[in-house]
Design a protein. Structure first.
Length: 417
């Protein structure tokens, strides 16, 4: 029996869930299959999923092809109609052992070829626990799924459902196991990480979880948190930023735009000054703090002055690592009905944002020369600083170790040590 082939698109959470599916498929005895875990964050992501499915069918002509993930959840009919596809399963179903047992038993008739239930009815996180997903040096722990917000451009809540949190005790136990296995860094992941705890008894906050992990897992050298909504950051998280050296000084911010009117039309919960205030306060508490950010270029009704506000935000918040998204309409979202910006202008604005991001990276790299960092080694000659900046080593290092290193120079994208 050939082991299934898995193809993953999109976010870290998808990659995390692919590891869970591998275990479920293996336990069920599924063989001779290709599983495509799709992303729906943009229309381009869905187009690429269809393209990859056709390519995978050509390279695996006799395998059963199964499509899952956010795009399968939000538009199952799109994939069910593809002649290359044998089965479509939703984001809830992909985490259930019974689904994989049915697939392994070839229990796919006319009615079972599409297994996608209402994601909004899901009230609990799946019970999967992945010990060791990532590299040998870094592991990822899913603590939250779904989103209760309804930003006008975003399809993700319809792919992931409403927000659900993993209880703190479960998270701590998993991290203890990861530390016992030798992992030196753990990253907390989720769809809307700062909403963690709202559905749990006493409604704890993300900062409570971070402080609890650091207190109860004293042997964990490094803890990271992934993308956050800065307006929802709680007092305990700010305290952790200020006082906990094991919490890494790198935050990825879901900012999306730098103009107040566009932020309101996006139905975001912060204004421009909120983002700037947070960045300044976090850096006051932790001077070495660096920021990544998501920014959308060409949102409907965006004028030149509105775009210039986004461009200025890169400097105003001193952002380093930019994820720039050219706006693309998602059917079923309110923004798709708003007056569109010309496609060529969207590309031009996205390019200007990326150029600004490149300049910020260059500035950050140059500022590190001569500084000493504790670098987590990801491969024999490559690692990451506390601020998640890549470092290339001239001599091989032990993978998974944390080594002190002095930065001697940099390339366009990497520090040298």
């Amino acid at each position: 029996m050939n082991a299934p082939v898995f193809a993953t698109m999109g976010c870290r959470l998808n990659a995390y869930e692919t590891e869970a599916m591998k275990d479920l498929a293996a336990a069920a005895g599924l063989g001779n299959a290709v599983v495509v875990n799709t992303c729906a964050v943009t229309a381009e992501a869905v187009r690429k999923a269809r393209q990859d499915i056709r390519r995978l069918r050509r390279t695996h002509p006799h395998a059963r092809l199964i499509v899952t993930g956010c795009a399968a959840q939000t538009e199952p009919e799109t994939f069910a109609k593809m002649p290359e596809v044998d089965a479509v399963i939703g984001n809830t179903e992909k985490m259930q052992a019974a689904t994989w047992q049915g697939l392994a038993a070839d229990f796919i008739g006319e009615t079972e070829a599409v297994q996608v239930d209402d994601i909004m009815s899901v009230t609990e996180t799946a019970g999967h626990l992945i010990d060791g997903f990532g590299t040998r040096s870094r592991a990822y722990v899913q603590v939250q799924n779904g989103c209760d917000h309804r930003c006008t451009f975003c399809i993700i809540p319809y792919g992931r459902g409403n927000s659900r949190s993993v209880p703190a005790g479960v998270v701590v136990d998993q991290i203890k196991r990861l530390v016992d296995k030798g992992f030196n860094e753990v990253v907390l992941t989720g769809v809307d990480l700062t909403s963690w705890g709202a559905d749990l008894p006493a409604a704890p906050k993300l900062g409570d979880l971070v402080m609890r992990i650091l207190r109860l897992v004293p042997d964990l050298p490094r803890l990271r948190i992934s993308s956050i909504d800065s307006i929802e950051v709680d007092d305990n998280l700010m305290t952790a930023i200020a006082t906990e050296p094991r919490l890494m000084p790198h935050l990825h911010l879901s900012l999306q735009h730098g103009d107040n009117l566009i932020l309101k039309r996006m139905k975001r919960r912060h204004l421009r000054d909120d983002a700037i205030r947070f960045a300044q306060e976090a850096r006051r508490l932790r001077p070495e703090m660096t920021f990544g950010a998501d920014i959308i270029a060409g949102f409907p009704t965006e004028t030149d002055p509105m775009f210039e506000n986004s461009l200025a935000l890169v400097k105003d918040c001193d952002l380093t690592w930019l994820h720039v998204f050219p706006y693309s309409p998602r059917n079923g979202t309110p923004a798709a009905r708003m007056p569109a910006v010309d496609g060529r202008l969207i590309k031009e604005r996205a390019a200007r944002l990326r150029e600004a991001g490149t300049r910020q990276v260059q500035q950050h790299l140059a500022a590190q020369v001569g500084k000493r960092h504790l670098v987590l080694i990801e491969s024999p000659t490559m690692g990451r600083t506390e601020q998640f900046c890549p470092v290339a080593f001239s001599q091989p290092q032990r993978e998974g170790s944390i080594v002190p290193a002095t930065v001697t120079g940099h390339t366009d994208v990497t520090l040298l040590a």
